[in-house]
Design a protein around this ligand. Sequence first.
Ligand code: BV8
Ligand code: ZN
Length: 240
Amino acid sequence: MRLTPHDRLFVLTGAGISAESGLATFRGSGGLWNGYRVEEVATPEAWQADPLLVWRFYSMRRRDALAVVPNAAHMALAHIEQELGDRFYLCTQNVDDLHERASSCRIHHMHGSLFQSRCIRCNLPFADHSLYETAATLPKCKACGLPVRPHIVWFGEIPLDMDAIYSELDRATVLLVVGTSGSVYPAAGFVHIARQRGIRTIYIGPEEPLNAEAFDEVILGTATEALPPISTRIIPTGRP
Ligand code: BV8
Ligand code: ZN
């Protein structure tokens, strides 16, 4: 994959880019995530029914994410961003903070962030690394006293800042998708939008995604195999 100094790169990542850091993917464990069916815990209905179960699930995810480090794929994307500057946009489906810890800056977490929480009424996300695993420790809003939830987009909820995503997708000349099964919308539909616009679309992952037929190019390999070589072939702005 070669980029010219005029290209604008839109990158979409999924759980696969964090797999080699040691974080489980949604489908890797047969649809179970740390023993839970994601649909059982990542939904507003699950939150209504059992907020403690949901907080136990996300506390475990926080513990898992704190125990791992970014891998060479996260670093490669941060390097590409340094070369391309504002012609680079990273939209991630992941809620972990490994892209940030690899020094990515131009990043949008469309499905929320594991280390943020928000009051169900005040709705203002705030940094939160705490673990909540007993009924007595379930968090309440300091301002209004109502329950505090994970700042996560659950199934059936609208992903964050879709307007910004679509406007970046509108300006991109290349869409690079890394490590996602293409099973969840609207993220899985970005490649179809890109295709309609006639821009280049590339997928990187060890197996074909469900939307493989929509990509111009499918590079079969892991993220840490495929991304570092691409990051060294980026033609930076200004140099011929
Ligand atoms: C929405 C946060 C409307 C949670 C997530 C019927 C009923 C109700 C809803 C729907 C329905 N049909 C469709 C929908 C919409 C629904 C949906 O798509 N459901 C699916 C199940 C059919 N979507 C929604 O509800 C979304 N909201 O539609 O709102 C709307 C939309 C637009 C505008 C206005 C209104 C909200 C979905 C968000 C849910 N939250 N995450 C949490 O993390 O706990 S989704 C979660 O699963 C991920 O974030 C990701 O998005 C998704 C799939 O995960 P992947 O990242 O793809 O991971 P997966 O395990 O599936 O695949 C891993 C891949 O990595 C594999 O391909 C593998 O090969 C690869 N891999 C493995 N190792 C490596 C690797 N790749 C590279 N290197 C490696 N080493
Ligand atoms: Zn509040």
